[in-house]
Design a binder for this molecule. Structure first.
Ligand code: FDA
Length: 304
């Protein structure tokens, strides 16, 4: 049953027509638990609230299935506007983005131009941009683009996923770049040819990645709600004398709030990933696929 629901949510998240329909009808089915709103103003308000108790943020303007140049330029505009809004409001937040929303699927060159424009604006504001990692099909291109950008920008980071076999090698290859990496388990449905299928293998690989990246003196963003991973990171940092400003924990908006607050109280850096925008459906479906138990939450909201 759980696998069936997981597959269903993953398929719905990828469906163009479901995404298109959802855009028209506004945040529904309890998606507001995971998505901060549809406008920049609502997103900035959500960040302000997080900042009040010491949590930092990373804002993500949601955008899926961008193919035309015009849509990609609009997406880049939204990223620039988000950076401006962060600076104007004086809130503590950086920016996360997906390169497919900047035209990666239609033209690498277009995506690159958009990335440079966004990174230039972030640099003007003294801010940082994180490239989210998408499915396996985009992994190599994303890493190549990251390497190219890293030559000119020190305010850009990327994400590596523990479920991929290739990631341990990627971590080693990145070491020379002094890369600021967000390390995650991985959110997409991948084939057993490229990814670990069992939770145990993913978790083991995840810990090995954290160890290797932090041990090499690199900044790590450990993005997980898994108590075991969080405890492992804390203990590893303490044992190796890694200062608490050399890493941060990241969690998603609306998930494990108590743990987020507790970590801040314990003196750790915590950043919350705050998605916003009208294109909320794909993101919402990925959150449901991660935890099909959330379906009860959706059903409750259907009848509200
Ligand atoms: P795990 O799935 O083992 O969950 C541990 C516990 O966390 C669960 O038992 C539950 O209590 C809670 N939990 C987890 N997910 C939940 C949910 N959806 N709803 C309610 N509770 C939940 N992935 C990717 O492929 N590319 C990326 O760029 C990113 N970026 C990213 C940023 C940030 C800040 C986070 C936290 C995560 C990502 N991810 C991601 C997603 C990541 O790959 C992974 O799918 C989720 O974080 C779930 O895995 P956990 O590590 O939380 O552990």
């Amino acid at each position: 049953m759980e696998t069936m629901l997981r597959n269903l949510f993953q398929a719905l998240g990828k469906s163009h027509s479901a995404n298109r329909m959802a855009k028209k009808y506004g945040l529904r089915f309890g998606a507001a638990r995971f998505v901060a709103g549809e406008s920049i103003r609502q997103a900035i308000e959500a960040v302000r609230k997080l900042n009040e108790d010491g949590r930092m943020a990373t804002l993500d303007h949601l955008g899926e299935f961008v193919y035309s140049e015009e849509e990609a330029l609009q997406s880049a505009d939204m990223c620039v506007q988000t950076l401006d809004a962060i600076a104007q409001a004086g809130v503590v937040s950086n920016l996360s983005l997906k390169m497919t929303s900047l035209g990666l699927d239609s033209s690498r060159e277009l995506c690159m131009r958009n990335m440079r424009r966004i990174l230039d604006r972030a640099r003007e504001h003294g801010n940082f941009v994180r490239i989210d990692m998408e499915d396996y099909a985009h992994c190599q291109t994303s890493l190549d683009i990251y390497r190219e950008l890293r030559r000119d920008y020190d305010n850009v980071g990327i994400v590596l996923q523990a479920y991929l076999f290739r990631t341990r090698q990627d971590i080693q290859d990145m070491n020379g770049l002094r890369a600021n990496l967000r390390l995650v388990k991985g959110a997409y449905k991948e084939s057993i040819e490229v990814a670990y299928a069992s939770k145990k293998d993913v978790d083991e690989n995840y810990k090995a990645m954290i160890r290797e990246h932090m041990e090499n003196g690199n900044y790590a963003a450990v993005a997980s709600h898994d108590e075991a991973v969080v405890s492992f990171t804390k203990q590893f940092a303490a044992e190796r004398g890694i200062a608490s400003d050399r890493f941060e924990f990241q969690m998603l908006y609306g998930i494990c709030e108590e743990m987020q607050k507790r970590l801040v109280q314990e003196g750790y850096r915590v950043r919350v990933y705050v998605p916003y925008g009208i294109d909320w459906f794909g993101y919402f479906m990925r959150r449901l696929a991660e935890r099909p138990a959330n379906v009860w939450f959706v059903l409750k909201n259907l009848f509200k």
